[in-house]
Design a protein around this ligand. Structure first.
Ligand code: TXD
Length: 320
C-alpha cells in the first residue's frame, strides 16, 4: 500500500516538530512547505539525514511550491505569525487571515481530498475562514486546540495528584484560550470525576479552580517563558494525535474545533471546540453534550468571543 502523504504548511517551530514526529512515527512521507524556501528545504534535508540514525524510511521534501502538496492525505497548517509577548491573539487576525486565504487556495487546487488540521491562531476563526475559503467539506476541516488544552489540564492534574498522566482524563469545550470551558465533572482520575476527588479530600475546589485558570492561560505562560515564540512540542504532538486517528481510522474522540450544526447548546455554523470522533471520513460524529446552566454560560461566552473575531474577519474580507 502506498505511504500516506502529509503536507505541513508552515515550516516554523511547530511545522519542523511535526515533520520530526511524523518521520519518526513513519506516519507517511512529509512535504514541508514555507514561503521561506530555505527553511523548508533545510529542515527537510536535516531530517532526511536523521532517518538512517533512527532507522525509519520516511521521505521528506522541502518546498515553496504548492504543486508539491498534490494528493496529500493530510494537511497540517501552522503558517502564519506567532503571538509575541504582550500581543493578544486578536492582533494576529489581520495578518493570519491573509495567510490562511493563500493556504486555502493552495489546498483547494492541489489537495482537495485531504483531511485538514489548522493550528494557526486565532484558531477557531482561522479554521472557520479556511473552510470557507477552501470550500472543502466541513467534516474534513478541523482545528487543533482542545487536545492541547486538555493535555495541559491533564499534566497539571497529574502533578496535583502525583499520579501517572495515563490515569488522568480531562475534558474541555469551546474556543481556544481564555474562554475555554473545562468540564470538571467529565474530567477524571482513573475514572473518578474531579468533584468526587474533592469530596474524597484528595484536593480542594480552590486548587482545582487554580489549575483551571492556569490551563486557560497555558499558552501565555509558555510565551512569557520563551520570550520569543510560542509552545511547539505539545501543539505538534496534539496535531499528530488527530492526524493519526484519521489516517488509521482509529475513531478517537478528541476535543477538536469542529463546525457545529446544533449538537451543543444549539450552536450552528461556527467552529468551536467539542468532543469529535475522528476516523477515515474525517469528523464522523460530535457528542451532543447536555450542559448544565453554568457550563452553558461559559460555553456561550466562548462562542461570543469566537463570533467577535469572525466579525472582524468578515470586515477585512467581505467574501467571507
Ligand atoms: O493550540 C493552538 N492552536 C496553538 C496555535 C498553539 C501554539 C501556537 N499556535 C499558533 O501556531 C501560533 O500562534 C502560530 O499562529 C502558529 C504556528 O506557530 P509556530 O511556533 O510554528 O510559528 P513559526 O515558527 O513562526 O512558524 C510559522 C511559519 C514560519 O516559518 C513562516 O515563514 C511561515 O509560517 N509562513 C508561511 N508559510 C506559508 N505561507 C505563508 N503565507 C506563510 N506566512 C508565514
Amino acid at each position: 500500500m502506498a505511504r500516506a502523504k502529509i503536507a505541513l504548511i508552515g515550516a516554523g517551530m511547530i511545522g519542523g516538530t511535526l515533520a520530526h514526529i511524523a518521520a519518526r512515527e513513519e506516519l507517511g512521507d512529509v512535504v514541508l512547505f514555507d514561503i521561506f524556501e530555505g527553511t523548508a528545504k533545510g529542515k527537510a534535508l536535516d531530517l532526511c539525514e536523521a532517518t538512517p540514525v533512527f532507522g525509519k524510511d520516511s521521505h521528506l521534501k522541502g518546498t515553496n511550491d504548492y504543486a508539491d502538496i498534490a494528493g496529500a492525505d493530510v494537511c497540517i497548517i501552522t503558517a502564519g505569525f506567532p503571538r509575541k509577548p504582550g500581543m493578544d491573539r486578536k492582533d494576529l487576525v489581520g495578518k493570519n487571515l491573509g495567510v490562511i486565504k493563500q493556504v486555502a487556495e493552495g489546498i483547494k487546487e492541489y489537495a482537495p481530498k485531504a483531511f485538514v488540521i489548522c493550528i494557526t491562531n486565532p484558531l477557531d476563526a482561522m479554521v472557520w475562514a479556511l473552510q470557507k475559503f477552501s470550500g472543502l467539506q466541513p467534516r474534513k476541516v478541523v482545528g487543533m486546540a482542545g487536545v492541547l488544552d486538555s493535555a495541559r489540564f491533564r499534566w497539571f492534574l497529574a502533578e496535583e495528584f502525583g499520579v501517572s498522566v495515563q490515569d488522568v482524563h480531562a475534558s474541555v469545550l469551546g474556543g481556544h484560550g481564555d474562554t475555554m470551558v473545562p468540564l470538571t465533572r467529565y474530567s477524571t482520575i482513573a475514572g473518578v470525576p474531579l468533584p468526587d476527588m474533592i469530596k474524597m479530600k484528595w484536593t480542594t475546589q480552590e486548587r482545582i479552580d487554580a489549575i483551571v485558570n492556569r490551563t486557560r492561560k497555558g499558552g501565555g505562560e509558555i510565551v512569557g517563558l520563551l520570550g520569543n515564540g510560542s509552545a511547539f512540542y505539545a501543539p505538534a504532538e496534539s496535531a499528530i494525535e488527530m492526524a493519526t486517528s484519521y489516517l488509521r481510522d482509529k475513531k478517537r474522540i478528541l476535543p477538536c474545533a469542529v463546525r457545529l450544526s446544533g449538537q451543543i447548546a444549539g450552536v450552528r455554523g461556527l467552529y468551536v471546540g467539542a468532543p469529535a470522533m475522528i476516523g477515515a471520513r474525517g469528523v464522523e460524529n460530535v457528542m451532543n453534550l447536555r450542559l448544565k446552566a453554568d457550563e452553558r454560560e461559559m460555553f456561550m461566552n466562548s462562542v461570543a468571543a469566537v463570533e467577535k473575531i469572525i466579525a472582524e474577519c468578515q470586515e477585512m474580507e467581505p467574501s467571507l
